[in-house]
Design a protein around this ligand. Structure first.
Ligand code: I3S
Length: 128
């Protein structure tokens, strides 16, 4: 993480720019609204902030706060089926709170890294 206030300590800390949309909020379907988001995986929390010029901003920089956070504990992650989106490399993240997200990168290996990181996080926190 470029301007992270602390050194990248745990392996579960990851960040980058991804395309994100909610598809469900509190169990109710919502209209898609794809946005490019600076995304940070920290512990079992996934944080999003609106992307400003490609990933150099940090939430703690005094300006932008996380726009949106989800708790991964008790959630699930899978590759989205074709009917969920026409985009490539789309991850479907379901949370225990009933908020479901689609997370996408045009870059195949970036999408795969995030998929693994999210999956690891969910299984590492499975017993909490
Ligand atoms: O599942 P949908 O409705 O085909 O999703 C598309 C729409 O959200 C569309 O916006 P409008 O609601 O203004 O039509 C988006 O521009 C598309 O990107 C969405 O589809 P993809 O396949 O890109 O997720």
């Amino acid at each position: 993480c470029p301007s992270s206030p602390k050194p990248p300590a745990s392996p579960s800390e990851k960040c980058g720019v991804l395309n994100v949309t909610k598809i469900t909020e509190n169990g109710k379907k919502v209209r898609k609204n794809w946005t490019s988001s600076w995304t940070v995986l920290q512990g079992s929390t996934l944080l999003f902030a609106k992307g400003q010029g490609g990933g150099t901003s940090w939430f703690g920089g005094g300006q932008s706060k996380p726009e949106f956070t989800v708790d991964l504990k008790g959630g699930s992650v899978d590759w989205a089926s074709k009917d969920k989106s026409s985009k490539k490399h789309v991850i479907e993240l379901k949370t225990r709170q009933g908020t479901d997200l689609l997370i996408q990168s045009e870059n195949d290996s970036i999408a795969n890294e995030w998929f693994k990181a999210l999956q690891d996080t969910i299984s590492n926190h499975a017993s909490e």
